[in-house]
Each structure stands twice: as C-alpha cells, then as structure tokens.
Design a protein around this ligand. Sequence first.
Ligand code: NDP
Length: 460
Amino acid sequence: MTDVTEYEYDLLVIGAGSGGVRAARMAAATGAKVAIAEDRYLGGTCVNVGCVPKKLYSYAAHFHDSFDDAAGFGWQLPGPASFDWATLRDNKISEIKRLNGIYQRLLEGAGVTLFNARARVVDAHTVMLKNDQGDTPVTAHKILLATGGWPWVPDFPGSEHALNSNQIFDLDNFPKRFLVLGGGYIAVEFSSIFNGLGSETHLIYRSELFLKGFDQQVREFTRAEMERKGVNLHFNTNIERIEATETAYNVYLTTGEMLEVDVVLAATGRHANVSDLGLEALGLTLDKQGKIPVNERFETALPSILALGDLTAGPELTPVALAEAMQLVDHHFRDTVPKPLDYSTIPTAVFCHPNIGTVGLSEEAARAKFSDIRVYSTDFRALKHTLSGSHERTLMKLIVDDATDVVVGAHMVGEEAGEVIQGIAIAVRAGLTKADFDRTVGIHPTGAEEFVTLRTLTRR
Ligand code: NDP
C-alpha cells in the first residue's frame, strides 16, 4: 500500500479545460490538495477557441437575418447595415480574457495550485513540469489527464494553407470568400457564421450529406435551410489541392471545379491531445479511435492515472467532460459510488443557422432498435416570419417506441433549437411517454408548444 502522505499533492490535473478545471475545483472542495498544470489559456478549447467564442460569433451572424426581418415589423434602418469584423473580434477577445481571469480566480478561490507549465507524466505518481524556469518534478497520489483534443487536418497538397478551428477566430481581415472542408459540427457552424456575417461561403463535404449520425430528416431539412440562406454546399466533393496566389487561395476540388477564396478552414475532426504527455513510456496505449481507454472510475491501465473528456471515448462535448469530472471526484475523493454515466440520452445542439437541437435516437437508430416506432413530425413557418417575410421553416420531430409509448428521440431544426431541446431532454431522459407529452399543456404562442401538440401520426 502506498502512503498518500508521501506525495506533494492528492491530485495533479494536466490541462485546465472544462473537465480539468471542474475536477480540480470539486476535488479541492472535498479537502484534497490539488494542483493543475496548463501551458496555454485557462478554460481550454470551449472557452478560448470553441463553444463560447463560436456562440458569440453565431449571435453576430444572426443579426443579418434580424435586420432583414425588422422591416416587416415597421423598423426602418437609416441605411444598409454594415458589419465590422474588427469590432466583433476584439470584443470577443476582451470577453475571453475576462473569462480566463474568472477561471483563474475560481481555481485560486478553491485553493488549487496553478502551474503555468507543460506537463509530462514520468511515472505513476510523478509529473515533470517544464517552463522558462526549467524542469520541476511534482508528485501526486493521482494524476488526471485532461488535455482534451486538438484539431486535425488531413494531408493533401497545399493543406498547410488551411486554417484549423483554433486559428479561425482571430483573423486579421474578414474573409469576403470563405471555404470550409468537412461535414461535422464545426463545418456547418462556421459556414453558417461566415455566411451570416456576409462572406460568400462554400462547404465542401466528401460524402452525400453532412452531419453523419444525425437524423436523416434533420440533415435534409438543414441542407435545404442552409442553402436557402445562401451557403454553397458541395457534397460528394473533396479538396484536391490548394494553391496560394498573391492575394487569395485557389482551391481545386475533386469535381474539377476551382474556387478562389480568402480563407480555407479545415474542420475535419479533432484528435486526442496526447503528444508529449509521456504515455508511451508508461505503457499506456490508445484505442482504435486514438483515445485513452478508461474504466467507469476513469482509471487508465495505470490506476493512479486518470483521464476524462475529449481524451477518452464518448461525445466530445463540454457538458460531458463536466459530468465526467463530477463522477470522477465522487469516485476518488468522496465516499460515494455514483451510478455510471448514461451516455445514451445526451442532448446536443449544432449552432448552424437555423440551429439543430437533438436528444435521444434518430429515426434510423430507433427503427434499428425497436420493432415498431411511431414518428410525429411537423414542419412550419414560425409566427414571427408571417410579418418578417422570411421563408425560414422549423422542423420538430418526436420518435416513439410503439410498444412502450416512450419518447426515444426528439429533434428540432429552428430558432433556439438548443434552448428548446434542453427542456425536452429532461423528459426524454426521464423516459416519459408520448401520453405524458400530450398531457402537457402548451405555452402559446411559442414554437416549442408543437412538441406537446403533435397528435397526427406522420409514419410508422
Ligand atoms: P466532426 O468529427 O464532427 O466532423 C469531421 C468532419 O470532417 C466529418 O464530416 C468528416 O467526414 C470530415 N473528414 C474527416 N476526415 C476527412 C478527410 N480526410 N477529408 C475530408 N473530410 C474529412 O469534427 P469537427 O471538427 O466538426 O468537430 C469536432 C468535435 O467537436 C465534434 O465531433 C463535436 O463533438 C465537437 N463540437 C461540438 C460542438 C457543439 O456542441 N455545438 C461545436 C463544435 C464542435 P465523415 O462524416 O465522412 O467522417
């Protein structure tokens, strides 16, 4: 048995992103002696180059539609609205700096020691911290790897001209012509953002339809809505090569077409950020997806070394990392044994325009899982757009297991879909039935009330 007191810390966390910071603070709150090492910004991807700045930019892009919508409600603007990229970018930079400060104060307030250093695990209880002052070994009873993910860009001629999602936020100049490669969350979100901000926007995706894994009807509906808003979608297409000219980038596509653009973003997925962590020397191997295998207690093959968040299997989402951090602390620093996390009904939103919100199973997954399902769906023009003149439509959809009447999936494409689905997610997580939805009185007039007034069966 090892004597815990021989170590400098009870927990040393590597990586001050969403999961790492939450675990550090919560562990410290139990009385544990905790340190966290970070060599970049506090708050990780979500705060600095992910969820938060992305949502701020998405708000900015929505104003485009709002200005167009306003006239039907009697508002007249003094002239055509114009957009200033530098104002948005610099306001965003100030806000993120403010959040970095909040994270620092949260950690300090919780009594967590913050090391501004690059960390490398050298043995089951020792981490080498490296910074300008040199290398310092620090020991801990438990070490938590929480270094998240890092954008990955495929190798093709000229791929060095493509930016990744870490580099897209602070562009010096606004791209009049923007191209994104990929068909996942980041590609659809950033094509909506730059399209809304006024760029000529192209999305290049290698297969038939973007957002693989989402409900097919949701994907098709989103395609139609994004096209209506002016995003140029190129499916069954990839980039062959990118050539830089004096003023732009010529992007040659596999279809033979060439697009001249100002910025190319590669949104082609993220890989676990394990470089230089020292895992190989410890004998810690990655799974087929390049993730660190852990058990229910978030222990790697070396039980004193823990891992969570984007480093491990499971959805790469901030709330998942936060939930895992709470579980991890319960397991290792409290006397509770929590129920294993249920990853099956994790709601998610894609902040494309209009937004997608989804929880539970897609129609296709439900069909594969249950012998009979009922699908209720509606597709309508929101009340607001009767006066705005916008042709934007909203899709709402419930999927029900026929045998039990339980709602196993809820999907929406439309304004504030994430906000709506967050509420619906409680019902789906609770295993409520379609009859429970039907018994719920609507809030009128809202779009969300459609979820409790869907009575007509669309298909089985
Ligand atoms: P995703 O994994 O969602 O999508 C990656 C896309 O790149 C896929 O469409 C994939 O195609 C395509 N791709 C992969 N390899 C290549 C290649 N060699 N050539 C061409 N295309 C390729 O990753 P993202 O980068 O969009 O986002 C990373 C993760 O971050 C997401 O999975 C999500 O978990 C998280 N995230 C969450 C957000 C949210 O909650 N709103 C917002 C942004 C990110 P294919 O589909 O064919 O595999």
